[in-house]
Design a protein around this ligand. Structure first.
Ligand code: GLN
Length: 481
């Protein structure tokens, strides 16, 4: 057999998107999807009508590679309105297939071999692969919970002569942090000192709560010449599937971005660009209502998650809630996310997918709230079956018990394997005064309770399975990780 041609080593350095995988799992298990950030409510009538009219008017061929004039003009007018920044639509704007393409095209336009890019962690999962695919080495700087601030010394230590750019996402996915002026000025000083760019993803600019204000990096004194501002129609107009985004950058940078973009995709969908031009002229009241609606959705989901036992980090922007899942006692975020989607019927994104070192996100899950009341209601109903206050520990777990298969992962062989482990554990307790196994309360897994309690109580397993009677004194108890 002849040898197979070798694949690129670049994709070996990252995994498929976990966010998108969670949506596939949600469909597979018919779960309420609070994982991937796409609205499940309709886009505004006006933007849809504008797209329909554009197609009817035969706007069906390529737009100018770097974007139709109408859309670029509208983007420039919008940037002036929101940030007071004047940009030249002829030389400083490139329309791309979504913010995703604008981001990778911007990387490829500025990166040379050996360059480094700085990424705040947790980060939107695309930024790691963006760096790798463009040939840069990512360097990560932690945003520290609960308010997701960075340590200026840690940031300064990440900059150096190899730093080509820092990636900023404000309002931030997944944390909901909105970067403040003093933080952006600290970043500016470092960019200035090390002659680096800032690539800023500002796609959630209109989703702001509790008085938070969005500041564009390009509007910070001295940053206009070193900033590439990324944005898109997706979130602001609830059209994530349209794939229309853009990059705003100084002329020299833009001409490099335009060349990359041209050979990557030629151009974004022409009729949807026409619709985008119309949408960008919506009155202020559209954005005010958008923010108010999202505030109500944020508070609704905060309530649901808090009642279900999650510790929530209250977001000041964007449309995600990062949570702490320690109270549930699962060994990690991925197992808990799988349990939630398969057994409870709610999909969320494991926190580790926002961290290079997966350990960092082990205790987190991200939920999105760009959803309708119907979806929230369904999520609330399902999550009410998950109440950590019922999971009351009455002991500690030995390392052997921790390594057993998850209690929800299946029946048959897994149960028996687990029972054997528990039996061994029990003997250890008796013989060596080993640490006892922890029990917690939960009424939902009765069959497994019976099996486990039978072992603990030395009751004949077969009889217990037959009668289905859990021993009275331990009714509703189960062994928990
Ligand atoms: N930005 C959205 C999220 O974080 C959607 C990501 C995607 O799948 N493109 O969930």
């Amino acid at each position: 057999m002849s040898a197979k041609p070798k694949l690129s080593t670049k994709p070996e350095q990252f995994t498929e998107s976990v966010i998108r995988e969670m949506t596939r799992l949600a469909l597979q298990y018919d779960a309420v999807n609070l994982s991937q950030g796409f609205p499940d409510f309709p886009a505004p009538e006006e933007i849809k009508r504008a797209a329909q009219e554009a197609i009817a008017a035969d706007v069906n061929q390529y737009a100018i590679t770097w974007g139709s004039k109408a859309l670029r003009d509208a983007i420039a007018a919008n940037f002036l309105r929101t940030q007071g920044m004047e940009v030249d639509p002829e030389r400083e704007i490139t329309v791309c297939c979504g913010a995703t393409e604008a981001m990778i095209a911007s990387h490829m336009a500025i990166i040379n071999p050996g360059d480094e890019v700085i990424v705040f962690e947790p980060f939107y999962e695309n930024y790691g692969p963006d760096a790798i695919l463009s040939g840069a080495t990512p360097r990560f700087v932690k945003l520290h919970a609960p308010d997701w601030t960075f340590d200026p010394n840690e940031l300064a230590a990440a900059f150096g002569p190899k730093t080509k750019a820092i990636i900023l996402n404000t309002p931030n996915n997944p944390t909901g942090k909105v970067f403040e002026r003093r933080e952006m000025e600290a970043i500016r000083d470092l960019c200035d000192r090390w002659n680096a760019f800032a690539i800023t993803d500002e796609i959630y600019e209109h989703m702001l709560y509790d008085g938070a204000r969005h500041i564009s990096m390009a509007a910070i004194d001295g940053m206009r010449e070193r900033t590439i501002t990324i944005n898109a129609l997706s979130k602001t107009y609830s059209v994530t599937g349209w794939r229309v985004g853009w990059a705003i950058a100084p002329p020299e940078v833009t001409s490099s971005i335009r060349k990359v973009h041209d050979f990557l995709t030629v151009g974004a969908a022409a009729p949807l660009q026409a619709a985008g031009a119309a949408a960008l002229q919506f009155p202020d009241s559209y954005y005010e209502k958008l923010a108010a609606d999202y505030l109500a959705r944020r508070d609704r989901l905060l309530g649901i998650l808090t009642r279900a036992g999650f510790h929530c980090f209250k977001p000041r922007g964007a449309y995600y809630i990062m949570t702490d899942i320690s109270a549930f006692g699962f060994p990690d975020d991925v197992e808990f996310a799988k349990y939630l989607v398969k057994e409870i019927g709610v999909a969320a994104v494991p926190g580790s997918s926002f961290y290079r070192d997966r350990e960092g996100g082990r205790t987190h899950l991200r939920f999105t709230f760009c959803k309708t009341e119907k979806t929230f209601q369904a999520a609330e109903d399902r999550l009410s079956r998950l109440n950590p206050s019922r999971l009351r520990p009455i002991g500690t777990v030995s390392s052997r018990a921790k390594s057993r298969p998850p209690f929800w992962a299946g029946r048959g062989a897994r149960d028996l394997l687990f029972l054997l482990r528990i039996q061994i554990e029990r003997l250890q307790v008796l013989r060596h005064r080993h640490r006892p196994v922890k029990f917690r309360r939960n009424r939902s897994v009765k069959r497994i309770q019976r099996l486990r309690l039978a072992v603990y109580q030395k009751r004949p397993l077969r009889r217990c399975l037959k009668t289905g009677e859990p021993p009275k004194q331990f009714a509703a108890a189960r062994v928990c990780r």
